[in-house]
Design a protein around this ligand. Structure first.
Ligand SMILES: *[C@@H]1O[C@H](CO)[C@@H](O)[C@H](O)[C@H]1NC(C)=O
Length: 420
């Protein structure tokens, strides 16, 4: 090992990474230590109608370090809005990294876990759902259909959703969400330091009109044959095919003994389906030898496309905020970071989440075990009218009731959520 430290390559590497660290610019970093309340402003949004939810400063019910606290939504069916200011900056010619950890301690059935970057001057006391933002990023869960990472970019006043599907984590443990935006207009989305999606602002959002469009002038040539199959000219209807009757008299049928021709009329046997009858004749189909495939209009440069070399630029980023609607509370945010250095962000992940995740998982499993034991203890109390009814049945019933209620609530929540 002593030899290893003398290896010049290793030393160069270490120096290089030190240099890289030294140049990292951190625009904002919040670990929610002492004094965080002086840095964050709780909004009065929804306060008047009693719908503003309270934040709980806590490390949560299970954690990897009980001294490492964050802020957690603590009231159900509430709106939450809080923000912090940092010195205004532009990400022009810089990489922008926006990162935070989020833990849904509640089994989240409908609610966001995303954060926003805001620009310009905002009245933080009025920050809410209508406040314009520049970037919205993070997990969003609602019902069975929505379980995704939002990445919304605002361009010329319009919010643009990412067009790629990025699934989010859905368990009750802490996860790190990282959004990286680069000056070459590429981006990456990481969860727990693992890249989940990457690509270009040009292709994965509709920020600009498309570079190329189908030529509106192009027309399908008259002689373009787009029929894949044609009737086989060799296949001819056999002579007499149409003369085969659908039904024939039943040869087995016999005139009843007591049939009276005079009274009952002339006897005719009943008819049965003709086994020779094969339905109306249809010509066989064959592959069309002249088939050219489906016609597609050629692509031309879009006259409405005007490139914007500053497509990725947000010139006056100044605030970070959380603005959420939650049906069930319990989402805990921590370790908010805005920097120009993905390596520094990575290091922060390793130092925070990386060091705590195993202990947190163990604590969670312990808490789950306790909860299950307590539920088992509570059960006999639930069914104290257990005289003749066997307790198990009563239990099953109440459980299935819960399930149907949950499902219909989910649908309702889905609707509410969509309106937001
Ligand atoms: C805050 O969180 C802690 C830990 O989960 C919990 O014990 C406490 O009851 C919470 N307080 C409120 C006001 O929700």
């Amino acid at each position: 090992m002593a030899i290893g430290t003398r290896n010049p390559n290793l030393i160069t590497l270490a120096l290089l990474s030190l240099c890289a660290m030294a140049t990292a610019k951190v625009f904002f970093e919040e670990r929610f230590d002492e004094g965080w309340e002086n840095r964050w402003v709780k909004s009065d949004w929804k306060k008047e109608d009693g719908m503003a939810g309270e934040w709980n400063y806590t490390s949560g019910k299970w954690n990897g370090d009980s001294n490492d606290k964050g802020i957690q939504t603590s009231e159900d069916y509430r709106f939450f809005a809080i923000s912090a200011e940092y010195p205004e900056f532009s990400n022009k010619d810089k990489t922008l990294v926006f990162q935070f950890t989020v833990k849904h301690e509640q089994k989240l059935d409908c609610g966001g876990g995303y954060m926003k970057l805001l620009s310009g001057d905002i009245d933080q006391k009025k920050f809410g759902g209508d406040s314009p933002y520049s970037i919205m990023f993070g997990p969003d869960i609602c019902g069975y259909s929505t379980k995704k990472v939002h990445a919304i970019l605002t361009y010329n006043g319009k919010n643009n959703l990412i067009k790629k599907d990025v699934p989010c984590e859905t368990d009750q443990l802490t996860h790190v969400y990282t959004f990286i935006l680069r000056p070459d207009a590429t981006y990456s989305i990481l969860i727990d330091n693992v890249e989940k999606q990457t690509g270009s602002l040009y292709s994965d959002w509709d920020l600009l009109p498309p570079k190329q469009i189908k030529d509106p002038e192009a027309k399908k040539p008259e002689d373009w044959d787009d029929k894949e199959y044609i009737p086989d000219p060799e296949d001819k209807k056999p002579d007499g095919y149409d003369d085969i009757p659908k039904e024939i008299p039943d040869a087995e049928a016999k005139k009843p003994e007591d049939w009276d021709d005079e009274e009952d009329g002339e006897w005719t046997p009943p008819t049965i389906p003709n086994p020779e009858y094969k339905g109306p004749w249809t010509q066989k189909k064959i592959k069309n030898p002249n088939y050219k495939g489906k016609w597609k209009a050629p692509l031309i440069d879009n006259p409405d496309f005007k490139d914007d070399p500053d497509l990725y630029v947000f010139p006056n980023l100044k605030y970070v905020g959380i603005e959420l609607w939650q049906v069930k509370s319990g989402t805990l945010f921590d370790n908010v970071l805005i920097t120009d250095d993905p390596d520094y962000a990575k290091k922060v992940v390793e130092e925070t989440w990386g060091k705590q995740k195993d202990a947190e998982k163990a604590a969670f499993e312990e808490a789950e075990k306790k909860r299950e034991e307590e539920e088992a203890k509570e059960d006999p109390v639930d069914s104290d009218a257990e005289d003749e009814d066997d307790g198990d049945d009563a239990d099953d019933e109440s459980k299935s009731d819960d399930v149907t209620k949950d499902a219909s609530e989910d649908e309702k929540e889905d609707d509410e959520h969509d309106e937001l």
